[in-house]
Design a protein around this ligand. Structure first.
Ligand SMILES: Cc1cc2nc3c(=O)[nH]c(=O)nc-3n(C[C@H](O)[C@H](O)[C@H](O)COP(=O)(O)O)c2cc1C
Length: 177
């Protein structure tokens, strides 16, 4: 079974809350939650799939702890892994920088040749511009706990279902549903 590690950076706790919901949505597949404050690239060794979660701060910047941790994302540390991203932001107050942090992480990881799973449609969002939009798609799941928190549970369910399918984690019951 694929071992999944979800690495998150969270300033006020919203990304942590969402990380927990994503972990629950994977049930029965276990997901380890790791705070990047306490992490090192050595921790990647324990996992086949890495989910990176970040919020965006200060008009388009990566969350503070991720800004410290991102240099540990090297070709060697990510060799043989698959990576998925999710990002939190506020499309109402920051419509020109919505979830930019997720895009910054993607820009760091993509050139290393790491396969990225969990690309997401931008349909249903109301932002103007995002560094996380590449070729008309979002590089991962975008969530807005500030201006539309009611959409978070449904988005998580749909995204995790997509990820399970991409990672072939579904059992035969779920596949026919
Ligand atoms: C000062 C400040 C700057 C922010 N800048 C952005 C931004 O540029 N883009 C964005 O999408 N969200 C921005 N946000 C919204 C946060 O990303 C959002 O509140 C997020 O849920 C925080 O998650 P966290 O508590 O896990 O760090 C900003 C929030 C604050 C308070």
């Amino acid at each position: 079974m694929a071992r999944i590690g979800l690495f998150y950076g969270s300033t006020t706790g919203s990304t942590l809350k969402v990380a927990e919901l994503i972990g629950e949505a994977f049930d029965p597949t276990p997901v380890d939650l790791v705070d990047v404050r306490q992490a090192s690239a050595e921790d990647f060794r324990n996992y086949d799939v890495l989910i990176f979660g970040t919020s965006t701060w200060h008009w388009g910047s990566l969350q503070d702890e991720w800004a410290v941790f991102e240099d540990q994302l090297t070709r060697q540390a990510l060799a043989g892994k698959k990576v998925a991203f999710f990002g939190l932001g506020d499309q109402k107050l920051y419509p020109d920088h919505f979830v930019d942090g997720m895009g910054l992480l993607y820009e760091k990881v993509k050139p290393l040749g790491t396969p990225v799973v969990g690309l997401w449609s931008k349909d249903g969002y109301a932002y103007q511009a995002s560094a996380a939009e590449v070729d008309g798609r979002l590089v991962g799941l975008a969530l807005d706990e500030d201006s539309e928190p009611d959409r978070t549970p449904g988005r998580i369910q749909a995204w995790v279902r997509q990820l399970k399918s991409e990672l072939r984690l579904m059992n035969s019951d779920e596949q026919v549903r």
